[in-house]
Write a protein of this length. Structure first.
Length: 146
């Protein structure tokens, strides 16, 4: 199973989602490949936001070695599932889809809810971690019960 997590800048939410999903997949004995990307190119080549790294570390998840990258159309070919953090990300990724098959791979991480962007509020990184963790657990349950 190959999963891609996507947010705007690939420094806050999607690195957390990548790290949390990798951590949970390993804990469940799943040999899944997980990556993350952004829809904007402001941070390409940088590591995750220090506040995301800290929140992950507080829960035993290491995201410090991740490197920000931009979503590319070929990601539709490589990944089985693409989970986005909010409706803007959803729209951006669906606009890049080449087919119905591409579109069917893309979903909001939290079903019908969005993961708020914590970038402008230091106090939101911990709640965002918890939201993403719950979403990842739900996805694992959904994808392993099929």
């Amino acid at each position: 199973m190959k999963i891609l997590m996507v947010c705007l800048g690939n420094i806050c939410r999607s690195p957390l989602a990548e790290g949390i999903m990798q951590h949970q997949a390993a804990a469940n004995g799943l040999n899944w490949e997980v990556d993350s990307a952004g829809t904007g190119n402001w941070h390409v080549g940088e590591g995750p936001d220090k506040r995301s790294t800290r929140a992950a570390h507080n829960h035993g998840v290491d995201i410090s070695k991740q490197v920000c990258r931009l979503f590319k159309v070929s990601d539709f070919d490589y990944f089985d599932h693409i989970f986005v953090m909010d409706k803007s990300n959803l729209s951006d990724i669906l606009d890049m889809a080449r087919s119905e098959q591409d579109m069917q791979k893309v979903k909001l991480l939290l079903g019908d809810k969005v993961v708020p962007d914590p970038y402008y509020d230091d106090t939101q990184f911990e709640p965002v971690f918890m939201l993403i963790e719950g979403g990842c657990k739900d996805i694992i349950r959904e994808l392993t019960s099929v």
